[in-house]
Design a protein around this ligand. Structure first.
Ligand code: UD1
Length: 376
């Protein structure tokens, strides 16, 4: 049976790599068609990840590029429909919560093609987040829903999704982390590659920062406050800050980049997967608004402060090493100092974040297709 698998943005790639391997190794004969919508397109946001994660090149490229939510979503739908007509798949598999996830799910569902959603059921209960809208709607359109943590099941059942369609499989992002961890780039090598070799002494402590949510970086007042907070944090610990293209653009647009011209803050270009693993693994503290980084730091047992008011990944707080810090500078600084002084919580690794989530997904898909065949 043919499964159309969709990737679009950087975080989709580490989720899809193990799924493609598991589909290829499945007992039930499964053939994947890999479609890249082109939502992300820069080499350092996209191309290099295919090589590092040993993913095959996409079979189809939709090349939609950037745009407003409506334009991007509409263009993906328009270009994805003929792909479905040509390939007549048994199902479409989507991951995560980006605009392309919803666009492809909606296109497939309207053609009565079953949608399989990996990372289903996560909810921040904040509809101002574009991803929350994408998550809710994609789940409503899906036939099989694969969840990464226990909260996914209860959220979906509350929204009326029958339990028989929900499968708790664990976290595919952690499949990739476990596979690649031994090959993480040491932090001093990362710094050398960007000509910042002297920024840290061997064994010196540092904090790692990532920011890209529109709620943090698109609002000039909030962005300025966050940058001022980081500069104050750098009095206590050096800060490494790989810049997402959106964040770089906003710092430029609002003329805030100069705030970071201080000796103990280093801005880096977007980093490769292995470099990010190396940066996270050895950090004393990670500050982030990313969903994936909350999960990865939990898997690594590295203290994480989430610079948002909510998380759709509560297990990273209840069991993992994450805490919700919000956006108040005083709170962020106090929590950071606490972690630097006392080490923060290591937490424990959530159930089924064990490196085998993708195999479980392939198993359930095979089972479902075999049952459907028998019934027809
Ligand atoms: C998208 C996802 C977000 C995810 C993030 C990971 C949505 C609504 N958002 O956010 O959930 O956490 O990806 O990175 O789907 N740009 C480039 N080069 C690229 C891609 C983007 O320069 O390769 C710049 C463009 O100026 C673009 C902006 O970044 O307008 C935003 O890109 P977009 O894909 O719309 O959203 P992200 O902020 O990356």
């Amino acid at each position: 049976a043919r499964i159309v698998c969709v990737v679009a943005a950087r975080p989709n790639l580490m989720k899809m790599a193990p799924i493609l391997r598991a589909l290829a190794g499945s007992d039930y004969p499964l053939e994947s068609v890999l479609v890249h919508t082109g939502q992300h397109y820069d080499a350092d946001m996209d191309g290099e990840f295919f090589t590092a994660l040993e993913m095959r090149a996409p079979d189809v490229q939709l090349q939609v590029g950037s745009g407003s939510h409506a334009v991007q979503t509409a263009l993906v739908m328009q270009r994805f429909e003929p792909v479905l007509d040509a390939s007549a798949p048994a199902a479409v598999l989507v991951v995560g919560d980006v605009n392309s996830t919803l666009a492809c799910a909606l296109t497939a569902a309207k053609k009565n093609i079953p949608v399989l959603h990996v990372e289903a059921g996560l909810r921040s209960y904040d509809r101002a987040m574009p991803e929350e809208i994408n998550r809710i709607l994609t789940d409503q359109l899906s036939t099989l829903l694969f969840t990464s943590e226990a909260s996914g099941m209860s959220n979906l059942q509350r929204e009326g999704i029958p339990a028989a369609r929900i499968h708790f499989v664990g976290n595919v992002m952690i499949d990739t982390l476990q596979r690649e961890l031994a090959r993480a780039t040491p932090v001093l090598d990362v710094l050398r590659q960007v000509h910042l070799a002297g920024f840290l002494q061997p064994d010196s402590r540092y904090a790692l920062l990532t920011l890209h949510r529109p709620s943090n970086v698109d609002d000039p007042r909030r962005l300025r406050l966050l940058m001022e907070t980081i500069v104050r944090l750098s009095d206590e610990v050096p800060v490494l800050f790989p810049l997402h293209p959106r964040t770089r653009a906003m710092l430029q647009q609002y003329e805030l980049g100069h705030l970071l011209d201080v000796p103990r803050v280093a801005c880096l270009p977007p980093q490769s997967y292995r470099a990010m693993l190396g940066l996270m693994k050895s950090a004393s503290l990670v500050l982030t608004d990313s969903g994936g980084v909350q999960e990865e730091t939990t898997a690594l047992g590295v203290p994480c402060l989430t610079l948002r008011d909510s998380t759709e990944r509560p297990v990273t707080v209840t069991e993992g090493s994450n805490a919700i810090a919000g956006r108040d500078p005083a709170v962020i600084l106090a929590l950071s100092r606490d972690i630097l002084r006392y080490g923060g919580k290591a937490g424990r690794i959530p159930a089924c974040w064990d490196g085998h989530a993708a195999e479980r997904i392939a198993g359930r898909i095979g089972h479902w297709l075999a049952a459907a065949q028998e019934a027809s």
